[in-house]
Ligand binder design. Structure first.
Ligand SMILES: [Zn+2]
Length: 431
């Protein structure tokens, strides 16, 4: 098993926990310099010295996305403005940006985390990588790029889009690794079929590192087949991250059994979103993350809104850091339809269990005189055999899984939108 930094990646868990506490205390004192956080902490009667044990961490008030929005652009800076060298941001669905300012130290920590991820996923110096996460304000492109370079791989910074050129470069350079959103990888796979390019014979892709949106097991399986990752002895590694914590931060290792979160840089807690108490081990909860290593805008106890499962057992790869094993959906993506919570990832989960259906689908939400209705439009795969009862069986399956009625319409191949970056699967006509 290869490691970027074996000592840190396989550190005994007790040692990691001690280190986390020490770093958390230091970071709390640092964050206390920020007027917004200081006021909030003072209102809660919290002084930096009040955290002495791990249990005391619970005394620190949570941070939420609203804090970042309301303090845009740099109201949450705890470090020195003079030391800031990079700024990333997301516009988000509401249009109010969420920004993060990085110091040199922060970029180095970020690159280290990403490089660990890539090595854990099987990347080597000899790999030729087409990096197709978008370069720009979004954290994905640069986050991936610097991690890949740190490993010493040969990076071709294609950014997203330009699919014909992506395919040409894959053939000319013998690209072995592709990165980008899962939706874009799926789209590339579709174009390969269209152009008669055989991913196993004509391409050398063996690894895919894909982030920026959830990737269901069904989609993972399809991309693995379509792009030839498995056939070339590799696989698809899912990436998880969020701008508020710096960007992409955790990834599957070669065992694909959950995304490792580097505990020497990030402290994770799982809470019940209503009572704010810790959930029992093995139970799903809302992921709360503290950034233990950034200087610029570290956020402590950030409520991600993501419902996940965490496995703290040492992984087969030997890494002792916790893993996200079940990603049940991002709250930002959640739809409230007639009082029921619906995650688009749940819809994809059901659809992709059917080999007759392609990964091109969208969810339409309408309002008919106050009654909300869901319709899934989906394209079949070429030559799919769809019998008479298929649609009603699928509707029943969706109803059972989503606990809400959902109509299904099979659309002609090529009629639904394709995505080069993050997919936008929901058309909410209620807005
Ligand atoms: Zn592992």
């Amino acid at each position: 098993m290869a490691y970027l930094n074996e000592k840190w990646e396989t550190m005994p868990q007790e040692q990691l926990m001690e280190l986390q506490l020490e770093k958390f205390k230091k970071q709390l004192a640092h964050v206390y310099k920020n007027p917004f956080f200081r006021d909030r902490y003072k209102q809660n009667g919290l002084e930096p010295g009040d955290v002495k044990t791990r249990e005391d961490i619970k005394k620190v008030p949570f941070s939420v996305k609203k804090d970042l929005r309301e303090n845009y652009p740099v109201g949450l800076l705890s470090g020195n403005w003079e030391d800031v060298v990079r700024i990333h941001m997301t516009s988000g669905t509401t249009g109010v940006p969420t920004a993060l300012a990085y110091t040199k130290n922060d970029l180095e920590v970020w690159a280290e985390c990403m490089a660990r991820n890539f090595v854990a996923g099987g990347l080597t110096k000899n790999d030729i990588v087409q990096q197709a996460h978008g370069y720009g304000l979004f954290t994905g492109g640069f986050g991936f790029h610097y991690g890949l370079e740190k490993v010493g791989a040969k990076v071709i910074p294609t950014s997203s889009g330009g699919t014909d050129r992506q395919l040409r470069l894959m053939q000319e350079w013998g690209t072995t690794v592709f990165t980008g959103t899962p939706s874009y990888a799926a789209y590339i796979g579709e174009i390969l079929i269209e152009k008669g390019i055989d991913p196993v014979k004509d391409l050398k892709l063996r690894l895919g590192f894909h982030g920026g949106e959830p990737c269901s097991d069904g989609l993972r399986k399809r991309i693995n087949e379509r792009l030839g990752y498995k056939a070339h002895g590799g696989g698809l590694r899912v990436c998880y991250g969020l701008t508020e914590m710096g960007g992409p931060m955790s990834m599957d290792c070669e065992y694909e059994c959950g995304q490792h979160i580097w505990a020497d840089h990030y402290l994770v807690e799982l809470i019940d979103p209503v009572t704010h108490e810790y959930v029992k081990p093995g139970q799903p909860g809302e992921l709360v993350i503290s950034n233990l290593s950034f200087d610029g805008m570290p956020i402590l106890r950030y409520r991600t809104g993501d419902r996940v499962l965490i496995d703290t057992e040492t992984c087969e790869c030997g890494r002792t850091h916790p893993r996200l094993t079940g990603f049940l959906g991002r709250v930002d993506d959640m739809l409230l339809v007639s009082g029921t919570n619906v995650f688009p990832s749940q819809v994809e989960y059901v659809l992709l269990k059917h080999p007759e259906l392609s990964e091109n689908w969208q969810l339409i939400v309408t309002d008919k005189k106050g009654l909300h209705a869901l319709t899934v439009e989906v394209e079949p795969v070429p030559d799919a055999k769809i019998d008479e009862g298929f649609v009603s069986r699928l509707e029943k399956e969706l109803h059972d899984y989503l606990e809400i009625r959902c109509a299904v319409e099979i659309k002609p191949i090529g009629s639904l939108p394709r995505f080069e970056g993050k997919a936008s699967r929901v058309v909410d006509k209620r807005l």
